[in-house]
Ligand binder design. Structure first.
Ligand SMILES: Cc1cc2nc3c(=O)[nH]c(=O)nc-3n(C[C@H](O)[C@H](O)[C@H](O)COP(=O)(O)OP(=O)(O)OC[C@H]3O[C@@H](n4cnc5c(N)ncnc54)[C@H](O)[C@@H]3O)c2cc1C
Length: 405
């Protein structure tokens, strides 16, 4: 097992008792991550989506990590998901984003809100790696303010007609099904979630965004819906509870990002330590220059800043699953925002420290730290920007009446 991953597991043993089955699952995660490294590197350099990632993840049986065993998943709890996310983050944020959108956002939205029939139809194939899913909330004119979304639906017989666009959707160009949020044309206050099958007439991938500044191995699609007919049985949850579906799913998505960012920082630290021990300047290893040691210390501090809020949030999420309550939802909302806000900024700063230690080679996509540097920037934007996280955290503390957005 990768050394820093086994160290994380040892650390977590102080606050969580693993079953032998969970430890075996984490071995599988580690094996999958180990095999993903070469293909992520290869596709990254070609600046293309990693078309091998699904097959590798499928081979190791890790696509159903948090999915109920009843639907062919492994049924792990949030602590195991967080550790798996950390290991995937070490490989790079491209795979983490693919996995996050597919399983943690779209898959978990179906698991938490879907009917038995929807779970049977989508989750079983998702866990088996036979379909890919995506989560479509953002639109050309709305991002931070999803309550203003414009994609619309209208009832026609027993179907719903969907019109609109969703932009910057991870896996959007490769998904078989997308969880889409839309507003009722006849009752604009009503926002609902639908599962949209992408092989239906009226669904169009308008563009796959290639001109990103990183995250090349993850697909980002711009989607169009043109009089797309959705059967009634594809409503996710019930009509009108779309924002509940969205916010509860993003809460777990944010936890996934904070764990992936912790993994990115571990890889930055491992790579930087190795480089500092082998690169000689002024007649000695650069790791013997004190200013280089400062960069290493900063990365190590960032890892500790990020991992504990992530682990504690995972433990609280386990409590929530045992006995759900409104108070725990509010607490999780706050904790996941704090974890995401700390970890995403820390990962971006750590990648910068790592690039500095690598010198010229760091400013290259051939170095792992150069790739992390390009990829980490987006974690301060997607699933809630730094600013939105700060406003959310502060207004939670200030109390009712202080919501700033
Ligand atoms: C690679 C990538 C993958 C993505 N994947 C998905 C996905 O799978 N599904 C999905 O639905 N979306 C996805 N997104 C979209 C992402 O979630 C949005 O980009 C993000 O929520 C920000 O929205 P925006 O880009 O419209 O920025 P805007 O909302 O226009 O914000 C612009 C700036 O204004 C600031 N701002 C806005 N409102 C306030 C306020 N009230 N107070 C202070 N500052 C404010 C923001 O913080 C930001 O700095 C992805 C984006 C990228 C880049």
């Amino acid at each position: 097992m990768e050394k820093s991953f086994s160290e994380s597991i040892e650390l977590v043993k102080n606050i969580y008792k693993f079953s032998s089955e969970e430890l075996e699952i984490l071995e599988k995660v580690d094996a999958a991550a180990g095999e993903l490294v070469a293909s992520e590197f290869d596709h990254y350099l070609k600046r293309e989506v990693n078309t091998d990632a699904l097959a590798i993840a499928k081979k190791h049986g890790i696509l159903g990590l948090p999915i109920d065993k009843k639907y062919g998943g492994l049924g792990v709890n949030p602590m195991i998901s967080v550790l798996a996310g950390e290991r995937f983050g070490q490989v790079g944020l491209g795979f983490s984003t693919f996995f996050g959108a597919n399983v943690m956002l779209a898959g978990m939205a179906v698991q938490n809100w879907g009917s038995d029939e929807q779970k049977e139809r989508y989750l079983r194939r998702l866990a088996a790696g036979d379909i890919i899913m995506a989560f479509g909330l953002t639109e050309p004119d709305i991002g931070s303010d999803p309550m203003s979304l414009k994609t619309s639906y209208e009832k026609k017989g027993s179907n719903y007609i969907l019109n609109g666009s969703k932009y910057y959707i991870s896996n959007g160009g490769i998904a078989n099904a997308v969880v889409v949020f839309a507003r009722s044309k006849t009752n604009p206050a009503e926002i609902s979630a639908f599962i949209v099958d992408t092989d239906k007439p009226g669904f169009k991938v308008e563009m796959e965004l290639k001109e990103k500044i990183g995250l090349f191995t993850s697909d980002t699609g711009m989607l169009g819906f043109h009089d797309l007919e959705i059967p009634e049985q594809n409503i996710l949850g019930s009509l009108g509870n779309g924002m509940l579906v969205a916010y509860s799913s993003i809460l777990y998505g944010r936890l996934g990002i904070s764990s992936a960012c912790t993994g990115v920082m571990e890889d930055c630290l491992n790579s930087t330590v190795a480089r500092a021990k082998e690169r000689i300047q002024f007649g000695k290893e650069i790791g013997k220059h004190q200013l280089v040691q400062e960069h290493i210390a900063e990365i190590a501090l960032n890892i500790e800043r990020a991992r504990w809020p992530t682990y504690i949030t995972a433990l609280r999420a386990i409590e929530y699953l045992k006995s759900p309550s409104e108070d725990l939802v509010r607490e999780l909302d706050q904790r996941s925002a704090i974890a995401k806000r700390i970890a995403s900024r820390a990962a971006w700063e750590s990648a910068d420290h790592a690039v500095q230690v690598f010198g010229g080679f760091g400013y290259s996509l051939l170095s792992p730290v150069g790739r992390h540097y390009c990829d980490t920037r987006v974690t301060r934007i997607f699933e809630g920007t730094d600013e939105i996280m700060n406003l959310k955290i502060a207004s939670h503390i200030l109390g009712k009446g202080f919501r700033a957005f």
